[in-house]
Design a protein around this ligand. Structure first.
Ligand code: NDP
Length: 448
């Protein structure tokens, strides 16, 4: 566990207090594990109660969302916004609409977001929100009515200098449009309170691609620094085929890699010579799940109905881009056995803690999501800047800024890893580099 008694006692107390929040505890455990080296050498962290203050969100807002279905039946969902830490700037983080959403999941996401946003170097605090609403199988009218009712409560708690939500699982352009429309109507203002907006009303170029592209830019930095190699010709596995997974696949192909396997909730497809990424992009435009249909177009591909089996396939690079806890110890063992040497997280906390430790023990290059998937929030930050300036930037400018940001994040994590652990330990590096900026801001602003 932890060498520091302060961290050990605090984690034990946190475990007792939040015993029903496993995802939150997992995120805290990973973070505390990385904090060990600095907590011991800086007694002020304990004196200022920094860790106690960091793990508690500033505010958790929970509300009821009622909406009428196409069958005229009234439905009730639970809505949330976890405003985690605003020491660096307005709360910032996505909204997730998925039946699994609960306080534990949103707390883990908001906690991680605080350090991710810090790593971008932008003035952004951390937050997350969402609902247990399931948009699958719902008509556009139902999704619109849900989003409008969700915003009828959320609008009180957000604002362009207070809290700026974005998308996440189950929330894309369509949902952001409905949410933004209702906010604009209630507030009678156009201040860009959400990011990931459509391009006609204040959205940013490169936002939709940003997380997936950023993962590839980060993986490129890793390959270059640790192995003096490029991504060209590498075999890549990507789990998930949503906003992050699909854009990671498109960028991997553009950079000359072969995406040999991809997945969704219904299974995975594999082809050792590389998948037809254009076809997958086309299929996922119309239906969320492509895996069961891919073989209709390419009979030599292999389909498996368990998405987790994707990790049993040989590859050089694995990019988990679907959801939390999707890459288990067994999956990590298969990856190592089959020759994978780099795992770069596109999703948030997709790798379980024991799997992460195993990969690190086996000297696999490993990048945690809070560093590798920060491209999305970075371009969201650029969207906020463009909204405030009332001037859009070009695609080329934004892509350059994204590349530059991912490189800087890599080097911040690398340098902190070198100083506090070893240069390959980006888990320690990313957590420490993210933490130090938040720590300084909290101390400067006093006990509040
Ligand atoms: P989407 O809803 O767009 O896509 C999620 C994808 O993952 C879908 O293809 C979904 O399949 C698939 N999926 C879900 N569960 C599983 C599973 N158990 N096994 C295999 N596939 C699965 O979400 P995003 O792409 O936006 O987000 C993905 C991850 O990236 C999340 O962890 C999110 O927090 C993180 N992230 C997202 C950012 C963003 O900008 N969107 C920014 C930073 C992190 P199906 O369609 O069949 O349900």
């Amino acid at each position: 566990m932890f060498k520091s008694k302060y961290l050990k006692d605090l984690f034990d107390a946190t475990k007792k207090r939040y015993s029903t929040q496993p995802e939150f505890l997992q995120a805290v455990e990973e973070f505390f594990g990385a904090m060990d080296p600095i907590v011991n050498e800086d007694p002020n962290i304990e004196k200022h109660g920094i860790m106690e203050r960091l793990i508690e969100p500033e505010r958790i807002i929970k509300f009821k969302v009622t909406w009428v279905g196409d069958d005229e039946k009234v439905n009730v969902n639970r809505g949330y916004r976890v405003q985690y830490n605003s020491a660096l700037g307005p709360f910032k983080g996505g909204l997730r609409f998925h039946p699994s959403v609960n306080e534990s999941i949103l707390k883990f996401l908001g906690f991680e977001q605080t350090f991710k946003n810090s790593l971008t170097g932008l003035p952004l605090g951390g937050g997350k929100g969402g609902s247990d609403f399931d948009s699958k199988g719902k008509s556009d009218g139902e999704i619109m009515r849900f989003c409008q009712n969700y915003m009828q409560e959320l609008y009180r708690h957000i604002g362009s200098d207070t809290d700026v939500p974005a998308g996440d699982i189950g929330v894309g352009y369509k949902e952001i449009g409905f949410l933004y429309g209702m906010y604009r109507k209630i507030r009678n203002e156009n201040t860009g309170v959400l990011t990931g907006k459509g391009l006609t009303y204040g959205g940013s170029l490169v936002r939709k691609e940003a997380t997936g592209y950023g993962v590839l830019y980060f993986a490129q930095e890793m390959l270059s620094k640790y192995r003096n190699e490029s991504i060209e010709g590498k075999q890549v596995i990507i789990s998930g085929s949503g906003k992050v997974g699909m854009h990671a696949a498109l960028k991997a192909r553009e950079l000359g890699a072969y995406v040999v396997a991809m997945s969704d909730v219904n299974g995975y497809v594999y082809h050792k010579n590389g998948l037809d990424i254009s076809l997958i992009a086309k299929l996922t435009e119309d239906i969320p799940e492509f895996s069961t249909q891919y073989k209709d177009y390419h009979q030599s591909a292999e389909y498996g109905e368990n998405p987790t089996d994707i990790w049993k396939k040989p590859c050089d690079i694995a990019l988990p881009c679907a959801t939390q806890n999707e890459l288990f110890l067994d999956s990590a063992k298969s990856l190592v056995k089959n020759g994978c040497y780099l795992v770069c997280e596109g999703a948030n906390m997709p790798t379980t803690l024991d799997a992460t430790h195993y990969l690190q023990q086996k000297d696999i290059l490993f990048a945690p999501g809070k560093a590798a998937n920060a491209g999305g929030v970075a371009v969201s930050g650029f969207e906020m800047t463009q909204n405030a300036m009332h001037t859009p930037w070009t695609y080329k400018e934004l892509d350059e800024k994204l590349k530059h940001t991912m490189k800087q994040i890599f080097y911040k994590a690398y340098e902190a890893a070198e100083k506090y652990a070893d240069p390959r330990n980006l888990v320690v590096g990313a957590n420490v580099a993210g933490f130090l900026r938040v720590y300084e801001a909290m101390v400067d602003q006093g006990v509040i």
